[in-house]
Structures are given as structure tokens and as C-alpha cells.
Design a protein around this ligand. Structure first.
Ligand code: B16
Ligand code: MG
Length: 223
């Protein structure tokens, strides 16, 4: 693991790290699972975190043994419907939906002079950051439409370090998903996980909730 004094920037996942939107993705995918006849389980819900829209749909179809039941056009229609339902759920997001402690953490990073970028698999990320009033804190947002591979591939966190103009060794990546932690580790960044330590055991640093994330607490875990 890097030393805290080596750190110069932060690459943030969005859903489940900055905003409490992971539950809205879950709610919308649960409707899709019901529609296609796949049983919704906590394990399926957890495994979908950080996974791109079409790959998530495929996981839901596979979980119910329905991989062969839908044409490509029918799959695209299901994904479109899920996104419509999801956008309805997030349409009322405001600054109050920033996860506990994250606004203060982002402000403290800015005050110290570190840079920040966003590494979200979500095509809705720019709109969500706008709703939350956070867009201007970040030097850039990786556009997931330009990626060859989604999480757990390292590509998105490598690109997030590029946006910061930093070697990944100088970056901490923050994630709430197992796929995202694998992506950060593969990119050569320090991985900071938010959530259950047993599910996210590959992370360099584990925090149970966003409320505990401060520069002081990160430094303490890195020394
Ligand atoms: P969209 P993150 C991910 O965002 C979500 O965790 C995942 O549930 C979602 O399927 C994916 O974005 C794609 O989102 O359908 O809005 O493009 O956690 O990487 O910020
Ligand atoms: Mg996430």
C-alpha cells in the first residue's frame, strides 16, 4: 500500500459512495427481475453494484436461467425501461441526498489542494452530480460510453487517474462494490472500500460507512 504522504488525488465512484443511489438502482432492477421471472436475492443485488447497465441485465437473466429467452432488441427494451424507472426515482435528488460526511470530505480534499475525478459506470453520473451541486469539485468524469471494458476491469480507474494527471500510485480510489475494488487494485491505486468488510475484503482500506471517511481517519489506517 502507498504511504499517505504519496497521495495527491482521489478517484470517486458515485453510486453508493457520493450519493445514496445504489438503492434506487436496486429497486429498478428488482422490477426487471420480477418482469423476467428471476428471483431477487441479496447476493444478486450486491453483485450488481458497479456493473454496467447491459452487463447487469445479463446477470439478472443468467441468475434466473433466462439467458436464451430474450432477443437483443428485447434486452435493449428491458434496459431502457429500467433506466426510465431509475431516472424517475432519481429525478428529485438534491444536495440532501449526498451520503453522510461526503460533502465535508470533498470540501476538505479541495481545501488541502488534492484533485478529484469521478469513475462511475453510470451514464447518469453527470446529471446526478448536477442535482447534488457537486460538478465543480471534480476535474473530470470518465465517460463510461468510451470504455472498452466495465468494472472489474481496471480501465475506468486508469482513466480516472489520467484525468487527474497523476500516476495511479498517487491516487486513492473509493468504491462500494467488489467489482470496483478489483478495478482500483488492478489500476495500481490504493483502494478504499465503503460497506461490509467481508464482502469488500480485497480493499486496502475498509470503512463501514461514509460518515467515517475523513483525511485524518484515512491517514491513520495508512500508517
Ligand atoms: P446507468 P457506480 C453503477 O454506478 C451502479 O453501481 C450500477 O448499479 C449501474 O448499473 C451502473 O452504474 C450503470 O448505471 O444504468 O445509470 O448507466 O457505482 O459505478 O457509480
Ligand atoms: Mg458504486
Amino acid at each position: 500500500m502507498a504511504k499517505f504522504s504519496d497521495i495527491k488525488g482521489f478517484a470517486f465512484d458515485l453510486d453508493g459512495v457520493i450519493a445514496d443511489t445504489a438503492r434506487f438502482h436496486g429497486e429498478a432492477w428488482r422490477q426487471t427481475a420480477d418482469e423476467v421471472g428471476t428471483t431477487w436475492t441479496p447476493e444478486l443485488a450486491e453483485g450488481l453494484k458497479g456493473i454496467s447497465r447491459m452487463a447487469s441485465l445479463q446477470m439478472i437473466l443468467d441468475a434466473g436461467g433466462h439467458a436464451e429467452d430474450f432477443s437483443q432488441a428485447a434486452k435493449e427494451a428491458l434496459a431502457e425501461k429500467k433506466n426510465h424507472n431509475y431516472q424517475q426515482l432519481i429525478s428529485t435528488l438534491t444536495e440532501a441526498d449526498i451520503l453522510p460526511g461526503m460533502k465535508a470530505f470533498i470540501e476538505s480534499i479541495k481545501a488541502v489542494g488534492y484533485t478529484m475525478s469521478v469513475a462511475s459506470a453510470s451514464k447518469n453520473a453527470p446529471m446526478i452530480l448536477d442535482h447534488l451541486g457537486l460538478t465543480n469539485y471534480f476535474v473530470g468524469i470518465v465517460d463510461p460510453a468510451t470504455l472498452k471494458h466495465g468494472k472489474p476491469n481496471p480501465e475506468i480507474f486508469v482513466r480516472a487517474a489520467d484525468l487527474l494527471n497523476l500516476n495511479p500510485a498517487h491516487v486513492i480510489g473509493l468504491e462500494d462494490s467488489a467489482a470496483g475494488i478489483t478495478s482500483i487494485n488492478g489500476a495500481g491505486e490504493t483502494s478504499l472500500a465503503i460497506g461490509q468488510a467481508d464482502v469488500l475484503s480485497d480493499a486496502d482500506l475498509n470503512f463501514a460507512s461514509t460518515a467515517e471517511i475523513t483525511l485524518v481517519n484515512i491517514e491513520a489506517k495508512m500508517t
